[in-house]
Ligand binder design. Structure first.
Ligand SMILES: [Fe+2]
Length: 367
């Protein structure tokens, strides 16, 4: 509900019930007019050629309409008046926060309840099931979907329910089998220490899906580490190391299969407000680089501190996936690894881009 509309020299002032007095810059109001000439409501795209609007534009008139539920402005450069809904104005009364995702619940392994991260496949494919799955992932960083059909079609189906498969050097949907009898390192049964994928990509995969198709082995527990928890721990214990890891770029590299991919970002990537956005760490794929001596030493101190915590059981959730268990995790937050094993273990999986994961979170009403 709007009231007390005043046209000031450079802004329109109005009281919005529940929000108080709000001042709207005239140029902003003209730029965000939702009339059919300025804005295509079907495509949600701006039609206005903003740079041609007079920098000092001011309404001829502005009046409250529809019992204060909206206001109507007559602009000098338009024939018809433009209606601004009260809800629209209320949403933009304050600077818009870049609220990308729901607030994460950071965890140490012992504090993570199994019930909090497990969901049955039948529930995921039921109505609103993807929303429940995404709710678990956005809070905890990962989920285990149980009772999943053990085939690539199930990976494809879940991928498509969230977004679409990201095509990389590994293809779109992939399958791999680690086998101690095979010599290629791709089939290693050695321990895989916690890491994130795609440190060599400017836009690392957002979600990773890993389905256990077959398991006839000893060992091979999956390891999940909350990178945001490691960040919080470092910030608390050694703030100078945390600050260095938000500042110093690390280069990731993938060389082989006809490509040389390289990308750089800090282990802790933060936004301009200092909020942690992404954790990237893969000691396997870290390129050989030389930095100025102080930065080099600071980076190594950071890597030692980070990787000691990532390999500390206190931070490691461990679970041996059984056939039909599907891990779905946020690759911008959670590090993944696997214990050593003997025997046979066959997995299928896919990547989903970060923007598509975020979109699914929004579409499912989680933010
Ligand atoms: Fe990986």
């Amino acid at each position: 509900m709007l009231s007390d509309l005043t046209l000031k020299d450079d802004c329109l002032s109005v009281i919005i019930s529940g929000s108080g007095i709000a001042d709207f810059d005239y140029f902003w109001l003209r730029d965000n007019a939702r009339d059919p000439i300025s804005f295509d409501s079907r495509s949600h795209q701006r039609e206005l050629f903003t740079c041609e609007v007079d920098a000092n534009i001011k309404p001829f008139t502005a009046v409250l309409v529809n019992n204060g539920m909206a206001l109507q402005i007559k602009w000098p450069d338009m024939d018809d008046s433009v209606c601004y809904e009260g809800n629209f104005l209320a949403a933009y009364a304050l600077p818009t926060p870049m609220l990308a995702m729901p607030e994460p619940t950071i965890w140490e392994a012992a504090r993570l309840e199994d019930d909090a991260i497990r969901i049955a496949h039948l529930e995921v494919i039921a109505d609103n099931g993807v929303g429940r799955l995404l709710d678990i992932i956005s809070k905890n960083g990962f989920a285990v979907v149980t009772g999943t059909p053990r085939n690539m079609a199930a990976v494809s189906d879940l991928t498509d329910r969230i977004g679409y498969a990201r095509h990389t050097i590994f293809g779109g949907l992939w399958e791999f089998e680690a086998d101690e009898n095979m010599s290629d390192s791709a089939y290693t049964t050695k321990e895989l220490r916690p890491h994130t994928d795609g440190t060599y990509s400017h836009d690392a995969p957002g979600l990773q899906i890993l389905l256990c198709v077959d398991y006839d082995a000893m060992g091979g527990a999956s390891i999940m580490v909350d990178g945001f928890c490691i960040a919080a721990e470092l910030k608390r214990l050694t703030p100078e190391i945390y600050a260095d890891l938000t500042r110093i770029d690390v280069t990731g590299i993938y060389k082989g299969d006809g490509v040389i991919l390289r990308a750089q970002r800090p282990i802790f990537r933060t936004d301009r407000d200092g909020i942690l956005v992404q954790v990237s760490f893969n000691n396997y794929d870290r390129d050989t680089i030389t930095l100025p001596r102080d930065d080099m030493r600071a980076l190594y101190a950071g890597i030692r501190a980070f990787d000691r915590l990532a390999n500390d059981r206190r931070f490691q959730w461990r679970y041996t996936l059984q056939p039909g268990d599907m891990l779905v995790f946020d690759n911008w937050r959670v590090l993944h690894g696997r214990g050593p094993f003997c025997g046979r273990r066959k997995m299928a999986g896919s990547y989903i881009n970060r923007e598509d994961y975020e979109s699914a979170v929004r579409v499912n009403g989680l933010i």
